[in-house]
Design a protein around this ligand. Structure first.
Ligand code: PD2
Ligand code: ZN
Length: 294
């Protein structure tokens, strides 16, 4: 595809968008979800359709798969969510408030997951240890630095010291999953303009690169993103196919679950981090696996 201006608003399919298209096609994202993400980013709908159609064809996806109605979500069976019911959840050592629950996809917004002091401590511990974030290459399974994700990150080892252990235990209790199923906590920092374009957190089934990751604990089943600061402008976590956006407020969090007891994966959990337009953004992410993560 050439670098050309397309659509009435003259959005350009630059190298970053080409990379995003190729990555999402190879990850098995539906063409409709990609079109929607591009429209949300300001592309004209017809142009987005055309661009995705061409990218899908280049990636070996049949044009017929681009139907006006995406019915792939209907097949996903929404079974009971492991997060406790109620307006408040006792999570190990803290009472967490439930702000919102969505059933399809399974998304929950929480308040009071971390104190302001805990947020500050995490930021200060990570600040000098950040590295440019990577994304899993679906073919090789290696971690690649790409434009899809413009942030810097740092991983803690699970339970690496008493402070991190307390947070790992709190988050596991909140998510209703065993502590041992959790990956280490990851801290991410975005500066102005930083974003994480629409993607799935699960490893695309059937792709060679996924095996490297699922060998340690199986598939990812759910995510908790905790916001460590108030973001001045932008930076919300968006679910384009659910029409949902969660604003970044210090100490609050968004949970979403994408693998059910039948091991089906929910395509409605397509999500991204919107560009930060003002200030910066710090988050902490916990991914849970279906088995102990070793
Ligand atoms: O920073 C976010 O809001 C965000 C959005 C989508 C983070 C992630 N995904 C992630 O860490 O997987
Ligand atoms: Zn994500």
């Amino acid at each position: 595809m050439n670098n050309e201006a397309v659509g009435v608003n003259m959005h350009v399919v630059d190298a970053a968008w080409q990379e995003w298209l190729a990555t999402n096609v190879s990850r098995g994202c539906t063409p409709e979800s990609m079109i929607e993400a591009m429209v949300q980013a300001g592309f004209d709908a017809a142009a987005a359709r055309d661009i995705v159609g061409r990218a899908a064809a280049e990636g070996g996806v049949q044009a017929a798969a681009i139907s006006p109605v995406d019915d792939s979500a209907r097949a996903y069976h929404y079974d009971a969510c492991p997060v406790a019911a109620g307006n408040r959840v006792r999570a190990h050592d803290r009472d967490v408030t439930v702000l919102m629950r969505v059933e399809r996809p399974q998304v929950i917004a929480f308040g009071n997951v971390l104190s302001a002091d805990e947020c500050t401590e995490l930021i200060e511990r990570a600040r000098h240890r950040l590295k440019r974030s990577t994304t899993v290459n679906p073919d090789s399974g290696q971690e690649d630095v790409i434009q899809l994700r413009t942030s810097e990150g740092f991983w803690f080892q699970r339970c690496e010291d008493p402070f991190i252990e307390r947070l790992d235990r709190r988050i596991a209790a909140l998510m209703g999953e065993p502590l041992e199923h959790g990956e280490g906590l990851q801290i991410l920092h975005y500066t102005a303009g930083g974003e994480y374009r629409a993607h799935f957190d699960y490893f695309p089934p059937g792709q060679s690169g996924s095996a490297v990751h699922t060998a340690r604990g199986g598939q990812r089943v759910a995510t908790l993103i905790v916001y460590l600061n108030d973001v001045e402008g932008g930076g919300e976590t968006v679910f384009p196919d659910a029409g949902l956006a969660v604003m970044a407020r210090q100490g609050s969090a968004v949970y979403f679950r994408y693998m059910n007891g039948r091991r089906q994966l929910d395509p409605l959990t397509l999500h991204g981090g919107a560009p930060v337009t003002s200030g910066d953004k710090w988050i902490m992410t916990k991914w849970m696996r279906e088995r102990p993560y070793v």
